[in-house]
Design a protein around this ligand. Structure first.
Ligand SMILES: Cc1cc2nc3c(=O)[nH]c(=O)nc-3n(C[C@H](O)[C@H](O)[C@H](O)COP(=O)(O)OP(=O)(O)OC[C@H]3O[C@@H](n4cnc5c(N)ncnc54)[C@H](O)[C@@H]3O)c2cc1C
Length: 404
């Protein structure tokens, strides 16, 4: 028997933190705890991403991603303004490299309108020269509402606010075991045992494993995809003030290697999307034996490799070869040289895959006994986190009048 909470959120990334914030606002009388296994918040996806506040042009109209990105970005920007957290409205160019990509660029324009993304404009080559001298391509979309932020900074601020609002935020508290009780769950954690009437699973890369531990078959498995970045150095860097994206391949939820200015003043080139052999492996050779077994035993991985053999091989190669990476960057910004690729670092995406090998396109929430599981929350879930949180509260039946 341990301490007893009405609601326990597992996961101290931006989705778990935003969810705890929404729960506190809707259920001020409930006792609430957030458990994070690492000694610090935002240690995984939230601390290893591109820092983009997405505009919402890339997502299928009517999807959760389209709606929650629109709602979440507005709430995130309002939070950052209120908390004086720096954001920068850089805007974004989506570049068609040649005439074959023009139909896809036109489809993106239509999608942007359907998703209510404001101010999107089609640029011809002279207009591109005026907007971003140095950019490649035959035409582009200009998306003014894209912005950048420091997500770990947002997460730390949320953590402090939660503690000030009486939420127990436990670091170093990995949920290692769970036992059902008639009125909830008993959890064993790295910081001792506790009881919970209801659990919200926001465990990111481990969300499928935790769901199974809590008696729910998520029907999909999380497969880790590592994304590598280089920091750009040298002269090209000083000319890049907006984000520059390729036209994404509509078959995959990954957006392709792009250029991203950061709020720290650097410019990132990346990320690729290579199948990883370790959910928390932030370097190329990382292999976790248990993950290797999980991947080998999951038919969805083999089905995916059969379905997209070219993509898998290409992304794997690109994670090892700087030249491959440079080729992708030069399709956006031709003056970048090999020696301009500076420090390298990586993030790992939690992407849910179905047993038939298809990639889960949308955000996925699954109910379970005395629990709700956030099973698929890859990009743009950082942008959408505040709106995902409200969606979770509604889906769990906790929505009530909000006390500010
Ligand atoms: C390379 C890359 C680039 C991206 N770029 C962007 C971008 O520019 N814009 C954008 O909007 N999104 C982006 N994303 C996506 C975004 O980062 C994620 O969607 C978002 O951070 C997910 O947040 P989360 O809280 O669900 O997961 P996480 O941040 O991974 O948090 C989950 C937490 O759960 C904890 N946990 C796991 N298991 C347990 C357990 N058993 N007990 C206790 N705690 C546990 C983990 O330690 C972790 O801290 C990117 C992601 C990657 C990897």
């Amino acid at each position: 028997m341990g301490e007893r909470f009405d609601i326990v959120v597992v996961g101290g990334g931006i989705v778990g933190l935003a969810t705890a914030r929404s729960l506190r606002r809707h259920r001020p009388e409930d006792s609430l705890a957030l458990l994070e296994k690492e000694p610090e918040l935002a240690a995984h996806q939230t601390g290893h991403n591109s820092g983009v506040i997405h505009s919402g042009i890339f997502y299928a109209p009517g999807s959760l991603k389209a709606r929650l990105t629109r709602e979440g970005r507005a709430e995130l920007l309002a939070f950052c303004a209120a908390e004086k957290i720096a954001t920068r409205p850089t805007g974004k160019l989506v570049v068609a490299s040649d005439a074959s990509e023009m139909p896809a660029l036109d489809r993106l324009m239509t999608q942007a309108r359907a998703n209510g993304v404001p101010g999107v404009m089609r640029l011809d080559r002279p207009a591109m020269d005026a907007a971003a001298p140095g950019v490649a391509g035959v035409a582009a979309l200009w998306v003014p509402s894209t912005a950048i932020v420091d997500y770990p900074g947002v997460a730390q601020r949320l953590g402090r606010q939660l503690e000030a609002a009486g939420v127990r935020v436990s670091r170093g508290a990995e949920v290692t075991a769970a036992e059902p009780r008639p009125d909830g769950w008993h959890l064993e954690t790295g910081a001792g045992g506790l009881d919970a009437r209801f659990i919200v699973n926001c465990a990111g890369l481990d969300a499928d494993l935790l769901a199974r531990r809590l008696g729910t078959d998520p029907t999909v498995s999380i497969v880790p995809f590592r994304g590598d970045y280089y920091e750009l150095e040298g002269t090209p860097r000083s000319g890049i003030h907006a984000l520059v994206y390729p036209v994404p391949d509509p078959r995959f939820p990954f957006l392709g290697v792009h250029l991203t200015p950061t709020v720290r003043g650097t410019v990132l080139a990346g990320p690729n999307a290579a199948l990883a052999l370790d959910r928390e492996g932030y370097h190329r050779g990382a292999v976790d034996g248990r993950e290797l077994v999980r991947l080998a035993e999951f038919p969805g991985v083999w089905a995916m490799l059969r379905r997209y053999p070219g993509m898998a091989a290409h992304e794997w190669l690109r994670s090892w070869g700087r030249e491959e990476f440079l080729y992708a960057i030069r399709k956006l910004w031709p003056s970048v040289e090999l020696e301009d690729l500076g420090a390298r670092y990586s993030g790992v995406r939690a992407q849910a895959i179905r047993p038939d090998g298809t990639l889960e396109e949308d955000f996925v929430l699954r109910p379970g006994p005395h629990a709700l599981h956030v099973i698929n929350a890859p990009s743009p879930a950082a942008t959408a986190s505040f709106a995902i949180a409200e969606e979770v509260v509604r889906a769990a039946g906790f929505a009530g009048a909000v006390r500010e």
